[in-house]
Design a protein around this ligand. Structure first.
Ligand code: HEM
Length: 415
């Protein structure tokens, strides 16, 4: 049967509204959608367009894989899809399709591959261990501010060759660009922050053109597609993409990791005693955090999913927040299990746009787990953690934590 009218579902939940995610526990909502309306219509609200909501793992994978019927070039997150498109379309990796996407991705993969990132991984290790050691020795800290804010931003800034003195400024912008940790920050502030990041990189690209260095910006300036060098705009947009993609997602995952472990001493003990493989644990941390709640596509050719007709131009959103908890794929999906295998989670997406920074993100999370394991015997959350507000990202902007030092581990590392 073909159903062209929207499927019924809890009408009180508006997935376009950032407050929805701060104010509700949506586990039950997602389960209802997966069971009864796997392709659900989030209706228009206050002049904003409606959009399709895909909640089952297999359907999300199938849509990610299908770049014939679906495109990223009209935006890949609700804010741009609903706002009428993405200014970086056809030039910024995440919102480019086809041949140009393939060529651009090859260029970025060169600098983000495990082989090339070997040295970067060493630096992540040294930084992470130093930050965790300092926090453990001082008894505690706001983990979000003192540790998680430092590691991904330092790493991606090192790669891009962002001068040390500019990093705090950039961090303040990336914290506002896609989410808000303050009631006073609205979409206008976020848009200004995104523009400021672009302007910042315009200046830096101009500088690097004059005096190239050994960094990703200089490499991008020297790159060409089909014999045509990348323009300054192309380079700027892709730097933006790397800093936005590389900072907040990893930062939120690290914060969620410590938040979750502090709350589950049994899982922490498994890690501490070496009962779980760290690589396996990293995947569960990612599945659990699912920091990017959704990505999205626009329909190019009419297609059908679960009897629902998807028409050209319509917006289809793919919810990791639901797919990563789909009981059709994951046993006991509501349990955080550091030893979970298999664990083919969707945190990095799937198909042609699969996260190009996934290796780097995994290095960062794995070094965090190792430093925690080696330097502390345990930790507690000492005060409430503040939730960010966003319809795209989920997580906390603060996480006050007290650490108990592992004196033997700290001494061994000194040798
Ligand atoms: C793409 C998630 C870390 C850069 C993606 C996509 C997801 C994702 C789901 C697919 C988007 C789509 O299909 O429209 C994550 C998560 C991360 C993370 C959860 C950390 C926990 C990073 C890092 C970098 C990065 C560290 C950069 C160093 C990118 C870029 C793309 C992308 C450039 C676009 C790839 C393409 O379109 O071909 N990411 N990411 N990400 N990510 Fe990540």
């Amino acid at each position: 049967m073909t159903v062209s009218t929207p499927a019924p579902a809890p009408a009180t939940v508006d997935l376009g509204d950032p407050h929805t995610f701060a104010d509700h526990d949506l586990d039950g909502f997602w389960r209802t959608l997966r069971d009864t309306a796997p392709v659900y219509w989030n209706p228009p609200v206050g002049g904003r367009r409606g959009f399709w909501v895909v909640s089952r793992y297999d359907d999300i994978m199938a849509t990610y894989r299908d770049n014939v019927n679906f495109t990223s070039e009209r935006g890949n997150v609700l804010v741009t899809l609903l706002g009428g498109g993405d200014a970086g379309a056809g030039r910024m990796l995440a919102v480019t399709d086809g041949h140009r996407h393939h060529a651009l991705r090859k260029i970025l993969q060169r600098v983000l591959s495990p082989r090339v990132l070997n040295e970067v991984a060493q630096t992540v290790r040294v930084n992470t261990r130093q930050l965790i050691r300092e926090a453990v020795e001082s008894g505690g800290c706001d983990f979000a501010e003192r540790i998680a804010s430092r590691i991904p931003m330092t790493t991606i800034s090192n790669l891009l060759g962002v001068p040390e003195q500019d990093r705090d400024f950039l961090l303040s912008l990336t914290k506002t660009a896609l989410s808000a940790d303050d009631e006073d920050v609205d979409e206008v502030d976020s848009e200004m922050a995104r523009n400021e990041i672009l302007m910042y990189f315009m200046d830096l690209v101009e500088e690097r053109r004059e005096s190239p260095g050994d960094d990703v910006i200089s490499m991008l300036i020297g790159s060409a597609i089909d014999g045509v060098p990348l323009s300054d705009e192309d380079v700027v947009l892709n730097c933006y993409s790397l800093i936005i993609g590389g900072d907040e997602t990893s930062r939120l995952t690290m914060i969620d990791c410590v938040h979750t472990l502090a709350d589950r001493p049994g899982q922490w003990r498994r890690l501490k005693r070496g009962e779980v493989d760290v690589e396996t644990a990293v995947d569960e941390v990612l599945r659990w955090a699912s920091p990017t709640m959704h990505f999205g596509r626009s329909v190019v050719h009419e297609s059908e999913m679960h009897g629902v007709r998807l028409r050209p131009g319509e917006i289809v959103t793919l919810w990791h927040a639901s797919g990563n908890r789909d009981e059709r794929v994951f046993a006991r999906p509501g349990e955080f299990d550091l030893g979970r295998t298999p664990n083919k989670h969707l945190a990095f997406g799937y198909g042609p746009h699969f996260c190009v920074g996934s290796y780097l993100a995994k290095v960062e999370i794995s070094e965090l787990l190792l430093a925690l394991r080696d330097f502390t015997t345990g930790f507690e959350q000492t005060d409430e953690a503040l939730r960010i507000r966003s319809n795209f990202l989920t997580g906390f902007s603060t996480l006050p934590v007290r650490f108990r030092p592992d004196h033997r581990g700290l001494q061994e590392a000194d040798r």
